[in-house]
Design a protein around this ligand. Structure first.
Ligand SMILES: C[S@@+](CC[C@H](N)C(=O)[O-])C[C@H]1O[C@@H](n2cnc3c(N)ncnc32)[C@H](O)[C@@H]1O
Length: 378
């Protein structure tokens, strides 16, 4: 049972969240504004907000929000105990909006996975996963090629730990970590992180490059690049420059690159487990508009790739329009690029393929689509 003051905060966040104000951002602002909450209280509030939206399709919309919160929490508990009580047809109609089935292949395994709480992932500095596992409590390292990816199952505020302050790890979903590993930038190379945002992948690149060479980190949102710089300072990342780029044909730099990553804006369907509010705000129009933007960003960014250089495209969504269709259009427009076979580090037994799908039920992280191409040498 939630205590009354907490329930009030939870309902306020839920009621304020809409398409223009995503629940995760409203929640973050509310937790910041509410001084004096303990770590456990903040964590209960977050859990309740996300649970509400994860089970939103089952709720009586006429009932008061407080009732909906209790109902959602009970459903979540029941699902963990007896998932068999939730038949596939019910999940198909209630867990996701009806339009999405026309845009992607919806499997029952995916539906079941997005109804449970997601894992929290950390990325240690390159080669330091084992060391970090020894330092932090309640972390578990993945073996093999993802040895620097760790799952955190504690309640502590990781941002306050000495290790985080010293730049020893970042919070980064495993699928995003896989994008960095597949790009595999080398020390001394020149890379362009075209949609760098707050720099999750720029930081990983810099670490993989041992802080040597150059990374251009660009984005449309200046405020995101400011955050990137703060994170860069904490991680002692020096081999990068930021620049404003809105996706126009004119490139932000004259240099040709060994590699380019277009981690494009997308409808975020791959994050529907972590961020269930987005299930109810994303629209088919978004998907179509974003697919056009992604195609444009990728085709403009391709001009920066030197002969023999590579370009990667990644999106945390699973719709055909934003994944295979963008890749197909790119290949048609740019025959001078050849697809790169990508090996899935979270499932190395699978044959390398030119397009990689990461599904939450398989990799324990966000859903993601990744494709890569190499510019022919002549
Ligand atoms: C998926 S996010 C990038 C996340 C980031 N790469 C990371 O790993 O932290 C997509 C980014 O694309 C940026 N963006 C959206 N439209 C853009 C455009 N037309 N040109 C350049 N960047 C754009 C957004 O501001 C956002 O930061």
């Amino acid at each position: 049972m939630l205590e009354r003051p907490l329930e009030k905060i939870i309902s306020a966040v839920i009621q304020r969240a809409d398409a223009a104000h995503p629940a995760d951002l409203v929640l973050r602002a509310e937790l910041k504004a509410q001084r004096g909450l303990s770590r456990e209280e903040s964590s209960s509030i977050s859990k309740a907000v996300f649970t509400y939206f994860r089970w939103f399709g089952w709720l009586d919309k006429e009932a008061p929000v407080e009732e909906g919160i209790q109902q959602a929490m009970a459903l979540a508990e029941k699902f963990v105990e007896r998932p068999d009580r939730f038949p596939e047809e019910v999940l198909r109609t209630k867990a996701i909006p009806p339009w999405i089935s026309q845009y992607m292949d919806v499997s029952v395994d995916w539906l079941r996975r997005i109804q449970i709480e997601p894992k929290i992932w950390l990325r240690s500095r390159v080669g330091k996963g084992e060391q970090l596992e020894r330092k932090l409590f309640r972390v578990e390292r993945t073996r093999g090629e993802l040895a620097d990816a760790l799952i955190y199952s504690g309640q502590e505020d990781l941002f306050r730990t000495a290790e985080f302050q010293a730049g020893e790890f970042e919070l980064q979903d495993v699928s995003s970590q896989i994008v960095g590993l597949l790009c595999a930038p080398k020390p001394g190379e020149t890379w362009w992180d075209a949609c760098a945002g707050e720099g999750g992948k720029t930081l990983h690149f810099s670490d993989l490059m041992q802080n040597k060479g150059a990374i251009w980190a660009t984005d449309r949102a200046e405020w995101r690049l400011q955050k990137l710089k703060q994170r860069g300072a904490r991680a002692q990342m020096f081999n990068y420059r930021t620049a404003h780029w809105t996706g126009v044909e004119k490139l932000p730099m004259k240099t040709k690159c060994d590699g380019v990553l277009v981690d494009a804006p997308c409808s975020g369907v791959g994050t529907w487990q972590r961020n269930p509010h987005a299930r109810w705000t994303a629209t088919p129009t978004d998907v179509l508009e974003l697919a056009a933007i992604q195609t444009k960003l990728l085709s403009h960014a391709a001009k920066a790739v030197k002969p023999g250089g590579k370009i990667f495209y990644s999106v945390c969504t699973l719709t055909r329009n934003e994944t295979t269709e963008v890749a197909a259009q790119f290949e048609k427009a740019f025959p001078e690029f050849e697809p790169i076979a990508l090996r899935n580090p979270s499932n190395v037994k699978r044959e390398p393929a030119p397009q990689l799908w990461l599904w939450p039920q398989e990799c324990n992280g966000n859903g993601m689509f990744i494709a890569g191409w190499q510019r022919k040498k002549v």
